[in-house]
Design a protein around this ligand. Sequence first.
Ligand code: ZN
Length: 629
Amino acid sequence: MTRYLLFAFLLIATSLASQAQSSLYMPRDVQQAYKNGTRSPDGQPAGKYWQSKARYNITITATPPSRTIQGTEEIVYFNNSPEPIQYPTFRLLLNIHKPGALRAGNQDEDYLTSGVHIDHFTVDGQPQTWPDPNGFVLHRVKLPQPVKPGDSVKFTFNWHYDLSITSNREGVIDSTTFYLAYFYPRIAVNDDISGWDRSNFDDLHEFYSDFNDYTVTIKVPANFVVWGTGTLQQPETLLQPAVAKRFKESFTSDAVIPIATKADVAAKNVTTQNAVNAWQFKATNIPDMAFGISDHFVWDAGSTIVDDATGRRASVQAAYNDTTKDYPHMVGFARNALQWFSRNWPGIPYPYEKTTIFQGYAGMEYPMMVNDETYGEDTALARLVAEHEIAHTYMPFYMGINETRFGFMDEAWATSFEYLIGHAANAEVADRAFKEFRVAPFVKDPAAEFEIPIITPGTAVTGSGLRANQYGKAALGYLAVKDLLGDATFKKCLQGYMKLWNGKHPIPWDFFNTFNRLSGRNLNWFWNNWYFTFNHIDVAVKSVTKTSTGYTLTINNVGGFAIPLDVQIVYADGSKETLHQTPAIWQKNQQLATVAIKTSKAITSLLLDGNIFMDTNEADNMWKAPVKK
Ligand SMILES: [Zn+2]
């Protein structure tokens, strides 16, 4: 009996230990989603998965140099949740500019405005008092009656706000060039994990949006061109005939066509000469809309095939100040990026009809739009930043990522794709740039902030630790699993995950579990190692011993991260050999790995080189054979 009990205890203990090995920490909100049947533990949306949707019809009036923007909108919101809605949350993102708003960083006076003023608000046609006009980003509104599951509700807003003079993601570019983003009152995401998104916008943590349908009309005076998200309606009524003709040609041309030159702008030859032109853009199933307007920017355009199977082309446009040195190359850079991302990594055809790179002061992505500063003569940096922002088309926009909580599901992919496209062009330059900008900042600094597990919700992390977790550290995790699986399996998993969750709201567990399922391997040891631990990068040569077939190299994993590495060997005869080791060497024992080196030659020295997986302590990565006396 005693023996039997002991055996039973051992059995339970063993199974618990193996469970700990094979399962990931799972917060209660995720467990609940599995229990409710909205998500499946194999990484797929389950039968009861839901997400809501809105249809926006927005009209904006801008009359630069006045910084006041007037807007009206109608939102039809469809409640696809299983619960009635009585208290929806609205987000007025530009209230970030109000004095007293809770921001992640300091701002100068030119950043401040009086925020968003709601002048009129109705629910299903009934005027309502806008609650809390002195509030900030989040507004919880009580509806006269609940919206039942499957029902819709109509909101209308009249509002106005002043653009901030200090411009980053949006604002005044110059007195008659504006960038309009986050400009309309929006209903927050309500999802199966967190309910209403009530995370504050602090200008550091990014966004979370449903997939909505938009019609946006921007009214501007003659000679102002509007670039933006969506299909421009009836361009021939807005542009003068010669410009309209060139614009139309650009949709089928591989060449970079100057749509509006400096001479065209000076001669007022670009837009139709009405007192006011109404530029209308439409897009469906898209997370957001953004626009740039200017009366003096020049305009280039071309297009390229992004889907070899169907021959579908995407338009590539750039709008910029004629004095810049890098922007005249921008259509070429962006066209190359669309082709490369569509055909290589992630290898999914660029999903939109166009992209426009607009010269502003940010390095920021929006669906079909990029707002990048000019880098002067540094065309390499201008190109890298544009590639990064265009890569965001896939994550967060194609995938509906909650960037606020899971920024690493967004930024780290853009960072990985930025590295891969750069690497294809020039491996050495890409490695150097990636190490310098993306890895060194957190590897060279022993601060504990850099060792916070990547899975930690972004809402609980800030500053440099957040940056490392979202960008370089998590990107190394993605690049490590690419090395572990090999390109073919990695691509199958990545594309499978993207197709499964396109237009939805995946969370990290959906990603991990989908990769496990599609690779046919339980990678939880790897996910746990990279995303759920306090690890850092530090490997060390423990020993090199002679065997009958060559040598056995034993490596200590001091930092813990399961990195790939090259063993660079120099033999006594002067010859060299590089043995690549994938992260698989850490699967059995994450502290210690052995590598069998088959050779009949004598080794003089040996180096563990992680390349972009930069080691925090390189001093113990080298081994030298003892000199014979
Ligand atoms: Zn980014």
